[in-house]
Write a protein that binds this ligand. Structure first.
Ligand SMILES: N[C@@H](CCC(=O)N[C@@H](CS)C(=O)NCC(=O)O)C(=O)O
Length: 200
């Protein structure tokens, strides 16, 4: 399997985490975002949205980190990371949905605005408000649960992790969220959890 990524992409990191945890060989293909390679016709054939991550597994091409997690979990992870039982699957996907909404538009985009001056969806206050919704939702769960769903680690935890860990870069310190801080440490202690290459 190939993973198209950049060293600093939190969304690509999600896929690296899952393939690391379940020990699926994964060849990294670095995309030159500074040169806008992700917007060139060759890459747009893989992902019409012009973003990383993308995975290519034989003839199967999947874009979007949430979709990549679903694919890898169901194809290579058995029932462990995204079970096929409808209620259990939906309970995991609730958290994957939080990652694709409040976490992306609140924590990821606000961090990008603060650190790179690139504001694509609102201003600091709007982004931080969404980010606080994400953090409050997570803290409500994690103050008395070790994991987000099913009492064990799933792709819900992996999807939420990267931009929650970097929330302080969006000027949202994690001091008021002890449940989240303990969960971040618990995630990183899982056997096979890979380090970030870089965080930009
Ligand atoms: N919803 C998408 C977001 C992907 C995304 O934001 N990718 C960033 C890197 S983390 C990217 O490719 N940025 C380059 C660009 O937008 O041109 C996902 O979850 O995969």
């Amino acid at each position: 399997m190939k993973l198209y990524m950049t060293p600093g992409s939190g969304n690509a990191y999600k896929v690296r985490v899952l393939t690391g945890l379940i020990n699926v060989p994964c060849e990294k293909v670095y995309v030159n975002v500074a040169a806008k390679e992700q917007k060139q016709p060759a890459f747009l054939k893989l992902n019409p949205r012009g973003e990383v991550p993308v995975i290519e597994d034989g003839d199967t091409v999947i874009w979007d980190s949430s979709a990549c997690l679903v694919y890898v979990a169901r194809k290579y992870g058995g029932e462990a990371w995204l079970p096929s039982d409808p209620a259990q699957m939906a309970q995991v996907m609730q958290w994957v949905a939080l990652a694709g909404n409040e976490i992306q538009y609140g924590l990821q985009y606000t961090r990008r605005g603060v650190t790179r001056g690139r504001w694509t969806a609102g201003n600091l206050e709007q982004g931080q408000a969404l980010g606080r919704t994400a953090l409050g939702t997570l803290e409500g769960r994690l103050k008395d649960s070790e994991w987000l769903a099913l009492g064990r680690p799933t792709i819900g935890d992996i999807a939420c992790f990267p931009y929650v860990e970097t929330a302080p870069d969006a000027k949202l310190p994690l001091d008021p969220y002890p449940g989240i801080r303990a969960w971040l440490a618990r995630c990183k202690a899982l056997p096979g959890w890979p380090p970030r290459e870089k965080s930009d």
